[in-house]
Design a protein around this ligand. Structure first.
Ligand code: EPU
Length: 423
């Protein structure tokens, strides 16, 4: 792992309603994928609406270690010129610190006929195999070599194939779309992930001259083209950040406008918030959220898109600690993504973790300030939300996890009236 910078801690004085308007930043996970896609061409790509978050800096480091030029041009525009890319081996320490780094595999394989990456890291949320990626690469004609330290791919000319994903993996689907973009013939990816971040990858690839269709459904079709070119691409809004702001308003008795969002990417959250009694209205790219008089318990199941987003499971669970009755939270995407529950218990929540994937929340329970940890990026968002709703002072440590995925979250919450500071 690269040396971890000290990001300090967040101290929150809870009980202040979140009120006002906030603009959503670009999507972390969509950005990481399309940054890798820029490796497909020896020409410049311009990405706009890129969030200023730690994960983007690490991914930029990964691309630079491969020989790409990566430069900021203004606050949210990133220029990537991968003309100088070769060799195909990234800086190991940077690549292992980020799950998204594995997206370089599909792009490098297509461009250079070889690719390497260490087993990617990322959050501790359960097993995170890459078998879907590897099986797909092999189906396209790549030779796959695997040791404890590295995954390596080699191919002399990829051929379009019919690929069946055992699981609709988001990065797996993105990786295979990149690899297939210049393969000879047609590739179909069956049981593809439908997430907006996959749809974003399709748009980026089309901008580069690829022939991709079916994204957003369970079958993606790619007709291989001879060559691709540089493009300009605007990253989609971060649905997970928009959802976090919406829940911040709902849990503090507040009222907020979350702007520059894609409400159509948040259908599952909007339904569950309404079911819980929260008023959510959409108007173009804006979500208007008004807290419920009385929150009702609901059941949520985190599932692949368009199911309830696993990345909003922890934030939603915090809201449900304030709902009357018994709520069930089921995590069906990752096998260990309820670790944050222990942090919420320190703050007075009543949550019975039945196993690593099912939690029963009984509410409402008043939350009180405590010293808690941000265990990963979304568990970090969850303890911020709990701190905003709690009485007294909450100190959140390990906030480098939060800075991985949320741009200046403290400043932006302060602009909505929250009392949160970085110390
Ligand atoms: N899986 C397999 N085989 C594979 C790949 C995945 O079995 O080859 C399983 C995993 O074990 C897991 C499930 O499939 O149980 C989902 O994994 P997926 O591959 O879809 O997730 P990912 O692509 O590694 C991305 C996001 C995650 C987000 C998930 C699900 C990036 C960099 N990460 O991960 O984001 O939770 O999709 O939507 O795009 C986050 O932002 O906090 C985060 C963890």
């Amino acid at each position: 792992m690269p040396p971890q910078q000290d990001h300090g801690a967040f101290v929150i004085e809870g009980g202040q309603p979140v009120r006002g308007a906030v603009a959503t930043a670009g999507s972390k996970n969509a950005t990481l994928g399309v940054m890798a896609a820029a490796l497909l061409v020896p020409e410049e790509c311009r990405l706009t609406n890129v969030p200023r978050i730690a994960d983007v800096d690490v991914m930029a480091g990964v691309l630079r270690s491969l020989g790409a030029k990566v430069e900021w041009d203004g606050e949210h525009e990133l220029l990537i010129d991968a003309a100088g890319v070769n060799p195909s081996v990234p800086d190991r320490a940077l690549a292992v610190s980020l799950r998204g780094s594995f997206a370089i595999m599909g792009a490098l394989l297509a461009r250079l006929g070889e690719a390497s990456c260490p087993p990617p890291g990322g959050d501790v949320i359960g097993l995170r195999p890459v078998d879907v990626h590897l099986k797909g690469f092999a189906a396209l004609g790549a030779q796959v070599m695997e040791s404890e330290e590295w995954f390596e791919l080699k191919a002399s000319g990829l051929k379009g194939a019919s690929i069946f994903n055992d699981y609709p993996s988001v990065l797996g689907t993105q990786n295979l779309m990149m690899a297939a973009a210049t393969a000879e013939g047609v590739t179909t990816i069956v049981n593809a992930a439908a997430e907006p971040e996959v749809q974003g990858m399709a748009e980026m690839l089309r901008g580069m001259g690829a022939k991709v269709s079916g994204e957003g459904s369970s079958t993606v079709r790619i007709e291989g083209v001879k060559s691709l070119h540089g493009t300009e691409y605007a990253v989609i809004p971060d649905r997970l950040e928009a959802g976090t702001f919406a829940i911040a308003a709902a849990i503090t008795g507040g009222e907020a406008e979350v702007r520059s969002a894609r409400p159509d990417h948040l259908t599952s959250l909007i339904h569950k918030l309404r079911e819980a009694g929260v008023s959510v209205e959409t108007d173009g790219d804006t979500l208007r959220v008004k807290a419920a008089e009385k929150l009702k318990a609901v059941t949520i199941q985190a599932l692949p898109y368009p199911g309830f987003a696993t990345d909003l499971q922890a934030p939603m669970a915090v809201l449900l600690t304030q709902a009357s009755g018994v709520s069930r939270v089921m995590e069906r995407v990752f096998d260990n993504r309820l670790l944050y529950v222990d942090e919420l218990l320190k703050m007075g929540a009543t949550i019975d973790k039945q196993d690593n994937t099912t939690a029963i929340i009984t509410g409402p329970t008043p939350l009180r300030g405590a010293r808690v940890k941000a265990l990963d990026v979304r568990a970090g968002a969850a303890v911020i939300l709990a701190g905003l709703a709690a009485t007294g002072e909450t100190t959140i440590t390990d906030i480098h996890h939060i800075d991985r995925g949320y741009e200046r979250i403290d400043e932006r919450l302060r602009s909505l009236g929250a009392r949160i500071k970085r110390v």
